[in-house]
Ligand binder design. Structure first.
Ligand code: ASP
Ligand code: MG
Length: 804
């Protein structure tokens, strides 16, 4: 025989037909008995009516509504229950008080009406059913509200009664309620129908208990809070028990015990999706590992502080005694061995009372200053990772810290593998997603905010969107762009901006400010944030430190942050360190070429870099490669570069050499040298009389380049070519700064620099171990798509870094 139990939500008006169907279908296969809860919110409503009546409020209109809801259109007589309720409520409103016994009797009517209705509806469908008032079979002690079952008596009575029920008749048993041997009504505690069903399964030696709820089963986390949560198909009794203790509300803590005793499997199923197999709980070993994250909300943390707590004997005993006297239960206690504080977690509703009790208990110690304060931190939640061994706890913990979620308290079970974290409830939603992403290895979300949607920005956005599915499959990372901003407006979408971002931006973007962005990010509890600066802005850098402080890692193609004064450079690194954030900027030098990363690796591994020399500008590379190879006037080559879009709109920005100077400076700082931009000696390639004046005037006088450059070309030794070279050299080991030169030099045609073609960049890295043979990195060092790829590479590096 199977026992089927239906919860309140299943029995609500939108579910009851499904319940009837499930009963009929199951009955066709084997004998069953059914246990029901009160329908929908009936128990809550009865509690509310009692309170209203006791407080002298006019409960009658509510009671009228309650009666209507109960009767619905079932046409089942609920006269006796509703009349009893009417009388009881009237009495309570006269007395303005009620006893716990009265309360149990009132609440019991919910289950009684529910079982009557189900039984009647079945009969109407031609199914033989029998309403069973569990007060006749379940006997308890007299502790009302949370009565204890007397097993031998209850078992005997249950068996005796079921012996009288014919095999073709299904019993519909009230859950939750029982009676003392004297006959007074008692209840088994809220959600107690599950326990009733487990008892019945035990007494009748059922082969399975099916618990029909409104969800598919037990999940790795609450799916309403964690969209990625997955159903758990199998749990052992022990694991289920842990979950029950940590707030998985489907499982009543007492439910498991009668089932373990007789080894009866428990299946959690969904009334509204009955085909789903649900979650099966039995005594078979399941895979080791973390099972689920559960949450207890509505808690408060009580903190006791004072110097006298250290080494004092009996403090804990006094705390617990004071709280026990007020019936306050403590779920977590934490006490640092060297700290001066004790932290206790209690239910929010008990917080004031707990503080008062402790204030009183320690009043003398206040006087002697041994205890300085008892304070309440309210609105905290306890998140328990059930099955989490301490040995790998650093993974979820690090992920929390990276996302700026700092738990107030951490607690682990000495036996069993559980870790509980106490944190502010406002952080709960985000925390659950971070922890869940970390330990279940389901796709980890990385949320990108892209500043700048120009050539590089636009290309990057398209690349990221295009690569999304691929990265998800290969790396289990869901890389989503949640915001795109230009200097005026911002487009946001917490689910990720899609390929039609340009249209969306035009239609939906709102005025940009950092505050708008922050509000959006906190509203959607976005974790693992990366800010990407692909602007050309000179001022956006002001936002870097605020962004780091709000929890972003940074990626930029923009060079400003690394080339303004060294004190800012250091301040930025300090902020990164303090907030455990990372800033990557591989494309600052040589676009997508892996230059900065290589230099950083060499430098950090202790390799002495003695010189870095190369062609840093793709534009100027093209210019001199062509000029040296072909017999054309300089102006013609330059004009071609301008026409092909290789130069900035004002080509003087390339020709003045500042951009190369900045790149050289960035490399110097990468080697921990404190150079400033003013230290870079730059040979300006623009003839002096062309440096001022408008762009159009400049563009009309390009032939003034010809004479001087023709002369330079002629002066060279045989088989030499011109290259515009950045050179970082000097005594790197002993000085804080180094020589940085940017100049036009003549090099042998068959040297590495001399052989560069097209618009390639080349970098020679000389180090002590490599001696005279430098490490050479060469390739396309400019252009929107290689730059965007490089930025993308940095983003991926950060994304993978957040993976253990
Ligand atoms: N009706 C009771 C309650 O809501 C018992 C139950 O549903 O299990 O707590
Ligand atoms: Mg219920």
């Amino acid at each position: 025989m199977k026992i089927l139990k239906f919860g309140g939500k299943s029995l609500a008006n939108n579910g009851i037909d499904k319940v009837i169907n499930i009963i009929i279908t199951t009955l066709q296969q084997e004998p069953i008995a059914v246990v029901v809860s009160a329908r929908a919110n009936t128990t809550d409503e009865l509690e509310m009516l009692l309170e209203k009546a006791a407080n002298g409020n006019d409960y009658l209109p509510y009671f009228e509504k309650f009666k209507e809801e109960q009767n619905y259109n079932f046409e089942v007589s609920l006269e006796s229950e509703l009349q009893l309720l009417e009388k009881l409520l009237e009495g309570v409103s006269l007395l303005k008080d009620y006893s716990p016994k009265t309360k149990d009797l009132v609440l019991a009517q919910g289950e009684l009406m529910s079982a009557k209705i189900v039984s009647a509806l079945l009969q109407r469908k031609g199914v033989k059913s029998r309403f069973v008032d569990s007060r006749e079979i379940f006997k308890t002690d007299a502790v009302v509200g949370n009565a204890q079952i007397i097993n031998e008596v209850s078992e005997a009575k249950t068996r005796a009664l079921f012996a009288t029920i014919p095999a073709d008749t299904v019993a519909i048993v009230t859950g939750f309620i029982a009676a003392t041997e004297k006959g007074d009504t008692t209840t088994l505690g809220r959600n107690g129908s599950n326990y009733s069903a487990a008892l019945l399964a035990n007494y009748l030696n059922a082969n399975e208990l099916q618990n029909y709820t409104h969800v598919d089963g037990i999940f790795t986390a609450n799916p309403e809070l964690v969209p990625e949560a997955k159903i758990i198909r199998n749990l052992s009794f022990e694991e289920a028990n842990e979950l029950a203790n940590f707030g998985a509300s489907i499982l009543h803590a007492k439910t498991i015990i009668p089932l373990i005793e007789k080894n009866i499997p428990l299946r959690i199923k969904n009334t509204f999706n009955a085909e789903d197999a649900g979650t099966l709980i039995n005594n078979e070993n399941t895979q080791e590992g973390i099972k689920s994250i559960s949450v207890l909300k509505n808690n408060a943390l009580i903190v006791l502080e004072g110097r006298g707590l250290l080494g004092e004997v009996g403090v804990d005993a006094r705390i617990f005694r004071a709280l026990a006297q007020k019936q306050i239960s403590v779920s977590i206690i934490s006490q640092g061995s060297s700290e001066r504080g004790v932290g206790l977690v209690v239910a929010s509703k008990d917080a004031q009372l707990a503080k008062a009790a402790l204030d009183e208990e320690f009043s003398h110690d206040f006087y002697t200053n041994d205890v300085s304060e008892v304070s309440i931190i309210d609105n905290v939640s306890v998140v328990s990772i059930v099955g989490q061994p301490l040995s790998t706890f650093h993974h979820p913990y690090n992920a929390l810290i990276r996302n700026q979620i700092v738990p107030l308290l951490i607690n682990n079970a000495v036996t069993g593998k559980n870790v509980s974290l106490v944190l502010k409830t406002e952080l709960l939603h985000k925390a659950l997603n971070v922890i869940h992403g970390e330990i279940f290895g389901v796709s980890r979300r990385i949320n990108l905010v892209i500043f700048g949607k120009g050539t590089v920005g636009g290309t990057l956005i398209n690349q990221v969107i295009e690569a999304h599915n691929n990265i998800l499959q290969r790396k289990n990372i869901s890389l989503r762009i949640v915001a795109i901003a230009d200097s005026h407006n911002i487009l946001t979408n917490a689910k990720g901006i899609g390929a039609q971002w340009k249209e969306d931006f035009a239609a939906q973007a709102v005025p940009y400010s950092l505050e708008t962005l922050q509000a959006f990010v906190s509203e959607h509890h976005l974790e693992n944030l990366i800010a990407v600066d692909v602007t050309a802005s000179k001022t956006f850098v002001e936002n870097y430190i605020p962004l780091i402080k709000s929890g972003y890692d940074l990626v930029s193609a923009n060079k400003i942050a690394n080339t303004i004064d060294y004190s800012f450079y250091q301040e930025l690194r300090e902020a990164l360190k303090q907030h455990q954030k990372t800033y990557l900027y591989e494309t600052n030098v040589g676009a997508g070429l892996p230059l900065i990363d290589t230099i950083r690796l060499l430098h950090h591994s202790g390799e002495n870099i003695t010189r870095i020399k190369g062609i840093f500008s793709g534009t100027l590379s093209y210019l001199f490669n062509t000029f040296s190879a072909e017999n054309k006037p300089f102006s013609e080559v330059l004009q071609h570069a301008i026409n092909s879009g290789y130069t900035e709109p004002d080509p003087r920005e390339d020709l003045c050499g500042n951009d190369v100077g900045r790149k050289l400076l960035i490399l110097a700082r990468e080697l921990d040298l404190g150079n400033e931009f003013t230290d870079v000696k730059i040979q300006n390639l623009i003839p002096e009389n062309l440096r001022e004046g408008s762009v159009s005037d400049f563009l009309s006088r390009l032939d003034e380049f010809n004479a001087p450059y023709e002369a330079i070309k002629k002066q060279q030794a045989p088989d030499h070519v011109l290259r515009y070279v950045g050179d970082l050299h000097g005594n790197l080991a002993s000085t804080d700064t180094v020589q940085l030169d940017v100049s036009l030099v003549s090099v042998p045609r068959n040297s590495a620099l001399g052989q560069v073609k097209g618009a390639d960049s080349i970098f020679e890295i000389y180090t002590e171990s490599y001696g005279d043979n430098p490490i050479v990195i060469q390739g396309a060092g400019a252009g929107a798509s290689v730059t965007a790829r490089g930025v993308f590479g940095d983003i991926l590096r950060l994304a993978e870094k957040s993976i253990h």
